[in-house]
Design a protein around this ligand. Structure first.
Ligand SMILES: Nc1nc2c(ncn2[C@@H]2O[C@H](COP(=O)(O)OP(=O)(O)OP(=O)(O)O)[C@@H](O)[C@H]2O)c(=O)[nH]1
Length: 317
């Protein structure tokens, strides 16, 4: 599964208007709707913050002068909350003083437009912000995906693992990790060529991706011909079964590996480690345990899974 959140490139952009004056709010909302945006609105900073978290708009148009928490504080809170921090904010305010404009930018706004706003200018600024958010999103995606297989790369995996670890610490749920390596892949490359090797890795990645079905799972290319699969909220016994299914699915792709001493087909070896995250356990220990079992699977003849009963991996030192 993808873990980068949602983005609106393929759908209508949602714009949240936060303004306490019903006339201004309605005028902005109609203007946006006429231009094809999905417009939602809130009458106060508190309501706007709540709606921003729930609706995840692509952009916020914010009045500075609001009753209760004012526009500046609303903007600061939007920027401080990881759930809303990347949403661009444009102040659309009747306050036109330089100090207000400077304060708006200092609170984290991307732009500042004074009322009465010129419609064409406001729309151009809005489009520019949406475009720059999309470009940032595309860059972020590119930095997190493996270019050959298009599944998450090690960087994305490390972030995801850290997040799942923290979540498991709070929930007390077990976490399982599969470390997987293609068997005799050097022979495969040497026999059939590097391009065939690349295509083979893409197919293996496809199998892993299909097994990472839940929001708490992630399949990633760890490097070279090595992959990892993280299963959140999954105990050791279930992880061992999943690993066996992955191994069997790769073998049943029936990708010929003519010189492999293990099988006629491309196969994989898998090490499985599970842990109940606690202050006595470490992430590094989980990775090391999976890697050790992968090595054992190779040593025991390849094309197999090595897993054990649940373990508490002790903090090194
Ligand atoms: N085609 C291709 N080959 C790669 C890629 N990344 C790594 N490799 C190759 O994968 C091979 C890994 O070889 P080894 O580490 O010796 O392992 P192996 O031949 O799979 O042997 P075992 O792991 O012991 O079964 C090397 O030949 C690498 O060049 C890639 O992106 N594409």
């Amino acid at each position: 599964m993808a873990v980068l959140g949602t983005e609106s490139t393929a759908r209508q952009a949602t714009v949240l208007v936060i303004d306490h004056a019903p006339a201004c709010r309605d005028a902005l909302r109609s203007l946006l709707q006429e231009r094809g945006y999905n417009a939602i609105a809130a009458g106060s900073g508190e309501e706007g913050l709540d709606l921003a978290v729930r609706a995840q708009p692509d952009l916020v148009l914010l009045e500075l002068a609001l009753p209760g928490i004012d526009g500046l504080e609303t903007c600061r809170r939007l920027k401080a909350n990881p759930a809303t921090s990347t949403i661009p904010v444009i102040f659309v305010s009747s306050r036109a003083g330089t100090d207000d404009i400077v304060a708006g930018f200092e609170a984290g706004a991307s732009d500042y437009v004074t009322k009465p706003a010129r419609v064409a200018e406001l729309c151009a600024r809005l489009r520019a912000q949406l475009q720059s958010k999309r470009s940032a999103w595309a860059l972020e995606c590119a930095a997190m995906a493996d270019p050959l297989t298009l599944i998450p790369n090690r960087r994305q995996f490390d972030r995801f693992l850290e997040k799942e670890w923290q979540r498991a610490l709070r929930s007390g749920a077990p976490l399982s990790l599969l470390m997987l390596d293609v068997d005799h892949f050097k022979l495969y490359n040497d026999t059939l060529g590097h391009a065939a090797g690349d295509a083979c890795l893409q197919q293996v990645a496809g199998v892993l991706q299909r097994h990472a079905a839940r929001a708490t799972d992630l399949a990633a290319r760890y490097g070279g011909e090595e992959f990892v699969l993280l299963f959140g909220e999954t105990p050791a016994e279930a992880a061992a079964r999943l690993a066996e299914a992955v191994r069997a699915d790769v073998e049943s792709l029936h990708i010929s590996n003519p010189r492999s001493p293990t099988s006629n087909w491309v196969t994989v070896s898998i090490g499985v480690a599970s842990v109940l995250p606690s202050r006595h356990a470490s992430l590094c220990g989980l990775l090391l345990a999976a890697d050790r079992r992968l090595y054992e699977a190779k040593r025991a003849g390849r094309n197999r899974v090595v897993a054990t009963a649940p373990v508490e991996v002790a903090e090194p030192g």
